[in-house]
Write a protein that binds this ligand. Structure first.
Ligand code: ARG
Length: 558
């Protein structure tokens, strides 16, 4: 059912002697009380030789099946609420968790590069946003019918590994590396820098070892592999807390180590490489800083690996879009990446999108520990879970599975807080605020869902007599909003922004709670009670599916 299309066609039948179907642009008034839909009639005045308002009146007289009003050159249209409500609710309840999906992306592949923490370093809050925005976008694309290949492009290469290998061989502790890998790696990395202060020759030693690693020294390769494995094992604890485990690949920067030469050659053959002080660069248009492809000592760079990765992904997955979910601060890098690919003659560089996002702030400043270090993501998730647990202990001490519930509330709060604002904005990270049960929070949506769930115990499987139903303003608001789920899913994909969906879920929860405050859902009139419970069921389906897409669990009880 497409209500807007139907109205458009019905109006076209009336105006077809004067205008074409594409001239009929049905709008949705911002203020719901004004009308369900509206048609501005100004552009028809010339061809119809009438004032816009007379045209609106003319349509009103001929339009069957709707209530309408002509006001200031607009035709305000009200749909038949009984009929439409019935249809909307039937569709949702039939389609269940498929409701809201479309097949726009059918047969097309989107490659998504997200999360991408750097190994041998703690998984910090700095990588939270890429992880949760990426995960939500992945689900949004799938809901729009696309296939998605999700890549966790680990930062697992670079000269620091030469230093780490040296440090480990000299000061490493096997047992600690197993127990607290990232703390141990950090300890020896710090130690390396302290020692290198005293003895600068160590830096050269680090570089030499990295070079040997690149050239395939088996002992170094084993160590590097081990660092990668223990890091990943540690990262997986954080992913497990977040409930994110669906990467299709963990091919990181190191995967492209032996795949860069062909790119450099291709650049050479296409006469795009220039020598600059011994380094190889590609000059770019529009005052863009040239891309440094190879350092004078022959070492490759971040962008060299990303070039190899982009080509490899295009060849392997034939993507229609490649999305890189990475913070604002890498804007230049992705502009250069696209520009180099364009210069190489790859038109599909236009299908590469840097899905940038803002910083995480605390009290308006970049979030960090008291010592100015990066905050571990695992730690803040545990903090949120603990606070959720405290609330649960106070509010519902007898709840079953309190630990599981606390995790879902705590982590859900962190994820929702990240996704509820336009992604390019900076976000505030305040655990107490994000865990409030009122306001624009994850727990608020979860709480609304749980409330509906307990109402649904009264639901029976009976046919509703719609002739006896009066759909009031509160019911209509929520039903009509449920109908918008399709548009929201579509818009979230087009804008690559999960906040479209997060904001919508807040609206749904608010509209539901308004209805709940106004009306007893279950009263002694069975027909209308069951109708209201049908609204509840539709609402719960949309809330659950919407939250799933954002990567958040709902709870039957809390
Ligand atoms: N590991 C990088 C970082 O932490 C992010 C990688 C993003 N993806 C990419 N293809 N460059 O900054």
């Amino acid at each position: 059912m497409n209500i807007k299309e139907t109205i458009k066609n019905d109006i076209y039948e009336i105006l077809k002697d004067y205008v074409s179907i594409n001239d009929i642009i049905i709008e949705k008034p911002k203020d719901r009380k004004m009308a369900d839909y509206a048609l501005p009639c100004f552009t028809y005045a010339k061809v119809m030789h009438k004032s816009p308002n007379d045209i609106a009146l003319f349509i009103k007289e001929n339009l069957k099946g709707y209530e309408a009003e002509a006001i200031n050159g607009y035709l305000n249209i009200f749909v038949n609420k009984n009929e439409v409500s019935q249809k909307i609710l039937e569709i949702i309840i039939n389609e269940k968790e498929n409701y809201g999906s479309n097949n726009i992306g059918e047969g097309q592949m989107i490659v998504m590069d997200y999360s991408a923490p750097n190994i041998a370093k703690p998984f910090g809050v700095g990588h939270l946003r890429s992880t949760v925005i990426g995960n939500a976008l992945r689900n949004i694309c799938i809901k729009n019918g696309y296939k998605v290949h999700g890549i966790n492009y680990l930062g697992d290469y670079g000269t620091q590994f030469g230093k780490l290998i040296y440090a480990y061989k000299n000061w490493g502790n096997e047992e600690e590396l197993d127990k607290n890998p990232l703390d141990e790696l950090k300890r020896i990395y710090v130690k390396f820098h302290e020692e290198a202060e005293k003895n600068p020759a160590l830096d050269d030693e680090g570089r030499r070892i990295f070079k040997e690693l690149e050239d395939g020294n088996p002992e170094y390769h084993e160590l590097w592999k081990r660092f990668r494995e223990v890091s990943l094992k540690d990262f997986n604890k954080t992913y497990a807390l977040l409930g994110i485990d669906n990467f299709d690949s963990y091919d990181g920067e190191s995967y492209y180590n032996d795949k860069m030469e062909p790119i450099v050659e291709e650049l050479e053959n296409k006469n795009l490489l220039e020598l600059d002080d011994g380094a190889k660069i590609v000059r770019l248009e529009d005052d863009l800083i040239p891309a440094l492809i190879k350092r004078s000592d022959g070492a490759t760079l971040y962008i060299t690996r990303d070039l190899a990765a982009a080509l490899d992904r295009k060849n392997r997955y034939h993507f229609v879009e490649a999305l890189y979910v990475v913070g604002n601060e890498q804007q230049l890098h992705f502009t250069q990446l696209k520009a180099v690919l364009t210069k190489m003659g790859y038109e599909w560089s236009n299908d590469i999108h840097h899905i940038n996002f803002g910083m995480i702030l605390q009290g308006g400043k970049k979030m960090s520990t008291r010592q100015g270090k990066s905050v571990k993501l695992h730690d803040v998730l545990v903090e949120a879970i603990d606070l959720a647990k405290k609330y649960i202990d106070e509010k519902s001490p007898n709840l079953e599975n309190k630990d599981d519930v606390s995790r879902k509330i705590g982590v859900g709060a962190v994820i929702f807080n990240d996704l509820k604002n336009y992604r390019t904005n900076d976000i505030e990270f305040n655990i107490e605020d994000m865990l409030r049960f009122e306001g624009n929070t994850g727990p608020y949506v979860q709480y609304t869902y749980a409330r509906i769930n307990s109402l649904l115990e009264h639901k029976k499987n009976i046919d509703i007599d719609y002739t006896k139903i009066v759909v009031n303003e509160y019911m209509w608001n929520i039903i009509f909003k449920l109908y918008e789920f399709n548009d929201v899913i579509y818009k979230a994909k087009v804008n690559y922004d999960p906040s479209e969906l997060a904001k919508y879920l807040i609206d749904i929860a608010q509209d539901f709670n308004k209805l709940y405050a106004k009306e007893k859902i279950v009263d002694n009139e069975e027909n209308s009670s069951q109708f209201k419970l049908l609204i509840c069921e539709g609402t719960s389906l949309v809330l659950k599916e919407g939250m799933r897409i954002l990567g958040i669990d709902v709870l039957n009880k809390m």
